[in-house]
Design a protein around this ligand. Sequence first.
Ligand code: RB5
Length: 153
Amino acid sequence: MNRHRQLETDMSTIYIASDHGGFNLKTFLVQYLKDKGHDVHDLGPSDPASCDYPLKAQAVTDAILKDENAFGILVCGTGIGMSMAANRVPGIRAALCTSEFHASFARAHNNANVICLGERVSGQGIAASMVDVFLSTPFEGGRHLRRINLFNK
Ligand code: RB5
């Protein structure tokens, strides 16, 4: 629980993946985040052929569990399947976001380590803003830490 980011200028290590339904938004976000100087690991796919989102979610959650200061981004058509798959993994707190408000509170109150986005729901502009907010908002800890520690009990 050492995720206390204060500055938007902090650079993050990010693991990102999608299925075919999120491929275009994932491709956009990879370049957007690289241009900002983040350490971006694109875990695929490398083309928009049909693929199974649980396997892509697993690639990102495996990486996050090995690198606890990193963040994950998962994109599918709606963000729903990715969030369902990621949240089955103990230690992963994946937040399906459609607004900057979601992204802010996912970090501040839930200490989310993965943001899930829907390409068919959110355009590139709002998706980029949500990711910026997600990466720059610190976890508040305190009573929120007590609550997230009750997960999986
Ligand atoms: C793929 O058609 C679609 O089902 C997937 O991208 C995602 O939205 C599932 O939750």
